[in-house]
Design a protein around this ligand. Structure first.
Ligand SMILES: C[S@@+](CC[C@H](N)C(=O)[O-])C[C@H]1O[C@@H](n2cnc3c(N)ncnc32)[C@H](O)[C@@H]1O
Length: 226
């Protein structure tokens, strides 16, 4: 997968239309006065930067150092290279966020459960864990052009495997790069089954609003209160 490695330097260009401000407004509404935050799968650090501007102390963690290198130039918080499944940071946070499909990169519900437990271990008592999931259940194709950078995405949702398979063709300065990625699309019943197993107090919202999520929501935000 090139997207977070060779293509990391183009990430902000390709996602320049993403509504980060709306997402951060939603986060701040939930977080209110709680101050220390860890952004798991922080990517290039856009949420961190916007939250820092509002006075929060935010650290970040990501699997890919190419993404972290870009975040480094943008944020003040500490950045950690690590996997959400097994990272260990010698600190507990008031809030942990994981925005924009980070958990969709996991391979199975067992990994989903493991990732949640690991995040909860890094939360203070009465802390909050917010996980933003992509819930793509359609197939389609789209082309985006940003100056001399073009990205053509062709995605297919497979109901049987509950996975979204995406082929991406980047054309940058007339050079072509092909990439693929696979997302696990979570079933709401299975999410609830896992969270109920640990007696967690949670809500499932949709699309950075306070409406309850349903099968067809574009995004699902899991909000767990420890
Ligand atoms: C779609 S990007 C989202 C980045 C950022 N949160 C944002 O909203 O722009 C997904 C990020 O998750 C990271 N990632 C994927 N799997 C991960 C894992 N197991 N542990 C930590 N980070 C992971 C990738 O490196 C990438 O930066």
């Amino acid at each position: 997968m090139y997207e977070y490695k060779e293509m990391a330097k183009y990430y902000d260009i390709f996602y320049s239309n993403k509504l980060y401000d709306k997402e951060v407004k939603f986060l701040i509404y939930l977080i209110s006065s709680k101050k220390s935050i860890l952004d798991v799968g922080c990517g290039t650090g856009i949420h961190i930067k916007l939250l820092e501007e509002k006075g929060y102390q935010v650290d970040g963690l990501d699997l890919n150092k190419e993404m972290l290198n870009i975040a480094k130039g943008r944020v003040s918080g500490t950045l950690y290279e690590g996997n959400l499944l097994d990272f260990k940071i010698d600190k507990k946070y008031d809030v942990i966020i994981s925005m924009f499909a980070v958990f969709n990169h996991l391979k199975s519900y067992e990994e989903f459960e493991k990732g949640i437990i690991n995040c909860l271990e890094h939360l203070k008592d009465k802390g909050m864990l917010i996980i933003d999931l992509h819930n793509g259940r359609t197939s389609g194709k789209k082309e985006n052009k940003y100056g001399n950078c073009i990205r053509i995405m062709d995605w297919n949702y497979d109901e049987i495997t509950s996975r979204e398979y995406t082929k991406i063709n980047y054309i940058i300065d007339d050079k072509s790069y092909h990439d693929t990625h696979e997302f696990l699309i979570y079933k709401i019943d299975k999410i609830k089954e896992i969270l109920n197993k640990y007696n967690l107090n949670y809500r499932l919202y949709e699309n950075y609003s306070f409406s309850d999520a349903n099968k067809m929501s574009k995004n699902i935000e899991i909000v767990i209160n420890k």
